[in-house]
Design a protein around this ligand. Structure first.
Ligand SMILES: Cc1ncc(COP(=O)(O)O)c(C=O)c1O
Length: 311
């Protein structure tokens, strides 16, 4: 789906026209993948719009940058304000928000430290990431996720997504919606752009951060909601075959939201429909983002989108 453009993009403290947000091909990031970024959703609620877990996303951006010795010249509060500014200036909700920091035009060579840090925030309309409502048919990828002593997966870095691209392309070429990567020890890790949950015997399982996963903000939200619903939660290393004998499985992520898995490697998950625990978590999640229940965790940052034009 081509990107639907908006009017403004925030760049280093200023709103600039969408079409002026260009970089030079000799920028460090183009050659060496030196970027960290976020993906955030802004949802509409009856008569209003709000960004989901803005501060947590921007804190993760700051942490991703810190891992890569990329000191961002903006505080958390300034970055949060930048996101609100661009969403309000563009007047588009619901939308997807893409903050990114990268090493720009400076010097050539692997060492990024003498290339300037550029920060941008764009937003644009974006609908469902996983097609359909009947669940995703996924495969276990032949590609592993990043080994922990190679690329840090707690940094949401652009370069990590070369691995994600291999997983995703392989899955789609073979007729699946998405691929699940194992870590380099063969344990379940995550999808190319989603965290993974499994339900077995009434307990909710997910891989811990040590299994090469991104510390997903939706993952964290699901863990909070599960505990609140009284669902037992276990974070532990999970063998691949749990996917074949579980009762339910689902992905969580800003893009994928909560998407149940219908099958893995052509083996049905349960009876292929969304199971009761997934359903309860799906409902709890969407009730909050859609403003149907009280925002008891303060996850929503209201934005005033004048044209409240839902897309
Ligand atoms: C590799 C990967 N894992 C997990 C996630 C889910 O993270 P979040 O819920 O913060 O969007 C994402 C999406 O950002 C991702 O790219």
């Amino acid at each position: 789906m081509p990107i639907e453009t908006t009017k403004n993009i925030w760049h280093n403290g200023q709103l600039i026209p969408w079409e002026k947000a260009n970089i030079h091909m000799m920028s460090h990031v183009v050659h060496y993948g030196s970027s960290v970024f976020e993906g955030i959703r802004c949802y509409t609620q009856p008569g209003s719009a709000a960004i989901f877990r803005l501060a947590e996303h921007m804190q993760r951006l700051i942490h991703s940058a810190k891992i890569y010795r990329m000191p961002l010249p903006y505080s958390l509060e300034q970055l949060n304000a930048a996101v609100v500014d661009v969403v309000e200036a563009n007047g588009v909700a619901p939308c997807y928000i893409r903050p990114i920091a990268f090493r720009g035009y400076g010097e050539m060579g692997v060492n990024p430290l003498r290339s300037p840090i550029e920060v941008y925030v764009a937003n644009f309309p974006w609908g469902k990431y996983m097609p359909g409502n009947n669940g995703a048919d996924v495969c276990v990828s032949s590609w592993n996720r990043l080994a922990p002593n190679t690329m840090p997966t707690l940094a949401k870095a652009g370069a990590n997504y070369m691995n994600s691209q291999l997983i995703r392309m392989e899955a789609e070429v073979n007729g699946f919606t998405e691929g699940i990567g194992l870590d380099t020890n063969g344990y379940l890790s995550e999808g190319s752009g989603e965290n993974l949950f499994i339900v077995r015997g009434g307990t909710l399982y997910t891989s811990p951060l040590a299994n090469s996963v991104l510390n997903g903000i939706t993952r964290d939200s699901i863990l909070v909601l599960a505990r609140q619903l009284g669902i037992p939660v276990v974070e532990q290393a999970l063998p691949r075959e749990m996917l074949y004998i579980c009762d339910e499985a689902f992905f969580s992520g800003t893009a994928a939201e909560v998407t149940h898995l219908r099958s893995v490697d052509r083996i049905l998950v349960g009876d292929g429909t969304m199971g009761p625990i997934t359903k309860a978590l799906h409902e709890a999640f969407f009730n909050i983002v859609n403003g149907l229940v009280e925002d008891r965790y303060n996850w929503l940052t209201p934005v005033s989108v004048r044209e409240a034009a839902t897309v």
